[in-house]
Design a protein around this ligand. Sequence first.
Ligand SMILES: Cc1cc2nc3c(=O)[nH]c(=O)nc-3n(C[C@H](O)[C@H](O)[C@H](O)COP(=O)(O)OP(=O)(O)OC[C@H]3O[C@@H](n4cnc5c(N)ncnc54)[C@H](O)[C@@H]3O)c2cc1C
Length: 350
Amino acid sequence: MVIIIGAGLSGLLTGYRLKKEGIPFKILEARNRVGGRINTVYGTNNTPVEMGATWFTNQHKHLFALLEELEIDYFQQHMDSNVFFQSSDVAPIQSIQIPSQQPSYRISEGTSNLINTLLKKLDKNDILLNQTVKSIKFHKNTVQVISKEIFEGKMVVLAIPPKLWSKKIVFEPHLPQNLMDVAKQTHTWMEDSIKVALTYSKPFWEEENLCGTFYSNTGPINELYDHCNHARSKFALCGFINSSFKNLTYLERRLSVINQLKKAFGVKIEEFIDYEECVWSKEENTFEVSDTFLYPHENNGNPIFSKTLFDDKLLISSSESSLQFPGYMDGAIYSANVTAEKIIRAQQNL
Ligand SMILES: Cc1cc2nc3c(=O)[nH]c(=O)nc-3n(C[C@H](O)[C@H](O)[C@H](O)COP(=O)(O)OP(=O)(O)OC[C@H]3O[C@@H](n4cnc5c(N)ncnc54)[C@H](O)[C@@H]3O)c2cc1C
């Protein structure tokens, strides 16, 4: 039995690959939901809005391959050549033209469509929610994983960001010091971000010929994009609030967001159906305080994570340990594919 820690994209995909080979596994997940940093929220009108991962580009080949394998549709992000731009608190918001950018894409029905499709292919009994792993003990032929229960297996996969396992899981015997040092200084992509989305009964910005894209140097919102669904039958705007606004209360933040957007979009911005936000630094199964300042993507994809430990009983996965596009969904997929291949090869050699 293989024990996979974390039911984010990398953990679920590893499970799916193992299931296809008939290799038994259990996925232990701390939250009461799967998906980790992928979380599509379906508001009042069932409008999908992303509180986590959203966009990908032509470079993300592993994601494209997985979408094709699972027969999941995707579509190009709607972008106008004109965008709203707020350069400072005092300057008026301008509509400016920006050079054309490389296209980005979104998953039809929301990014969680990918997670839910994987979930449907797995046996529900193989995924255990509300199981925060606290320690892992390696014995001669087995490994014990301790959450609120004790699980025993032959191999264990860390499908959670390195900073989390290095600070929250106790390993017996200890992991090598150099590995722990690197893991503690590995940035978890977007762990300190704030995502925001507003849903509407009509795409008033489109009807009034306003840009659906908004950039600001001042905040609270720094970036906002048209977030209508693939069919353009559900209407939303979605983007990022500057993380320095995390210490405001929900109501204070929401008020300052609306006041800011009113200056660009006018009073119709207040006619939203749902206001959704996620302050990721409050998510204890994603965010972890760093000992020192970490640059974005610091130590992501460090080759130290590619080594297996304790006679191949411990495998390090998750997006941040990927050698390709670490931090992104593409990295989570690459990592899961490589990890599953290692496990399958080890089983064949038994
Ligand atoms: C706001 C935001 C926006 C993003 N935007 C994009 C984007 O546009 N494009 C893109 O490609 N990527 C984006 N990303 C990154 C992308 O979401 C991740 O790269 C990817 O989802 C990581 O998958 P993962 O499985 O490696 O890790 P995670 O999704 O972090 O999954 C880890 C899982 O492990 C669980 N867990 C943690 N600790 C324990 C424990 N002790 N015991 C048991 N379970 C535990 C967690 O609850 C979680 O479910 C974004 C991320 C965020 C937060």
